[in-house]
Write a protein that binds this ligand. Structure first.
Ligand SMILES: [Zn+2]
Length: 293
């Protein structure tokens, strides 16, 4: 191949493998297998997927999935009661709709001009935590410079360590079909701006039944499964200790307060099986049923 051919292939117009239109070098993306998809078709895709990792049939399937997401958004999400953090935002925000068990990641950056809204089910979430990014100082000895802060979300998928489908089902979790990477939701980029990340994390805690006095667990960087297992473990130990006390001293030895505590611990053990998610799974299933059938 001469140099001319090389440049023609690199920079010349190509045909979009999905819609057949001609697309120049600035208006296309290469997909897995070496074919190209034009910008117009790409706008129908999620902003959280990389087209270079999808084959042509996978991109087509993904676009069908995104059209169904848009339908779900219009039929069920727009009219649901929502909690959005931050409520007034410059960058990104998370909008929760508990009544359908789903959230949207809102984005002020319209440069990508995505045509379909995308929703995530609560039972697709594996973990979440607040993050702060700082940049190295330009001169040694100077303090690091604040870059951004927000919430990181990990979905159930390829990168999780729960390989067994049965185990996932027991935990009430579902793999996301397309998003395989950690999502960063940027809440603010200016130091000193009001920080709403704690509100969003608190809402996730509320969804997953984590009590306020246990939210410290998140700072240990545990994922949801580890947290749940730990909570169930703590509850089990507490209950076992109470049982030993009863065996030794008789049931009369238990105060009403202690009995209530045992009840609570036993419920925590039950919840640990699905993390209290089952209710949100039912709501999300009902919303999908309504929108798609
Ligand atoms: Zn196209």
């Amino acid at each position: 191949m001469g140099l001319g051919d090389f440049f023609k292939k690199k920079f010349g117009k190509q045909i979009c493998t999905l819609c057949g239109s001609e697309c120049g070098v600035m208006h296309r993306s290469k997909i897995k297998g070496g074919e190209y998809v034009c910008n117009i078709c790409e706008r129908q895709c999620s902003k959280f997927v990389r087209l270079s990792e999808l084959t042509k049939p996978e991109v087509s399937g993904h676009i069908e999935y995104m059209k169904r997401q848009e339908k779900l958004y219009n039929e069920c999400f727009v009219n649901a009661k929502r909690d959005t953090y931050p409520s007034a935002f410059h960058n990104q925000a998370i909008s929760f709709a508990d009544e359908i068990g789903m959230f949207e990641i809102m984005d002020r950056n319209t440069s990508q001009n995505k045509v379909n809204h995308e929703l995530f089910r609560y039972d697709q979430v594996l973990g979440y935590e607040r993050y702060v990014e700082k940049e190295k100082p330009t001169e040694p000895g100077k303090p690091e410079i604040f870059k951004e802060a927000g919430v990181k979300i990990r979905l159930v998928g390829m990168q999780d360590h729960i390989e067994n489908d049965m185990e996932k089902a027991n935990m009430g979790l579902r793999s996301h079909p397309y998003v395989k990477r950690e999502i960063k939701v940027v809440f603010h980029t200016k130091e000193g701006e009001t920080d709403y990340t704690d509100n969003a994390v608190a809402h996730f805690d509320h969804i997953f039944g984590v009590h306020d006095n246990e939210s410290g667990l998140f700072s240990l960087g545990m994922n949801k499964k580890e947290k749940r297992d730990l909570m169930a473990g703590v509850a089990a130990v507490k209950t076992a200790m109470a049982a030993v006390k009863v065996a030794k001293e008789g049931e009369e030895s238990l105060t009403e307060e202690k009995k209530a505590e045992i009840q609570k611990n036993m419920e925590a053990m039950e919840d640990a099986k699905t993390g209290g998610l089952a209710e949100y799974t039912r709501r999300a299933d009902a919303a999908e049923e309504k929108a798609w059938n």
